[in-house]
Design a protein around this ligand. Sequence first.
Ligand code: CMP
Length: 141
Amino acid sequence: MGNRTFAIIKPDAVRNGNTGKIYDRILQADFKILAAKLLKLTKAQAEGFYAVHKQRPFYEELIDFMSSGACMILALEKDNAVSSWRESIGATNPEEAAKGTIRKDFATNVQKNAVHGSDSDENAEKEIGFFFTESELIANQ
Ligand code: CMP
């Protein structure tokens, strides 16, 4: 299993003032933050990042939401990072997320679900590469 994953604190959570509380969860779960950027995604960036969902009925609304305000973009490191982060964030739909997970505690609904997490090691590397150069992962140096 890989040791890196990619995370986004989404516009709903940033707007609601939950960035610091979600950082606490990240650090309490023993992730190392390799890199972080506060970014307002362009529509083109959001479309490129979520291209895999292009055929889904919720795609256009997802792009509008993800480009609607600042996002905190993160590269995280920990053993089994992908599965560990997915466990920390909980199910996509906060109504189905386990107690104590980030989405249960901070998400608004299935779209405005507070955070993103990569679903595989392969996608984690792709997603980190979408927003960061290798030299920006400064905790590695
Ligand atoms: P994320 O884990 O970032 O991956 C795809 C995103 O699409 C997901 O989080 C939600 O923000 C959004 N999404 C997934 N399913 C739905 C749905 N049924 N309706 C609206 N948005 C969704």
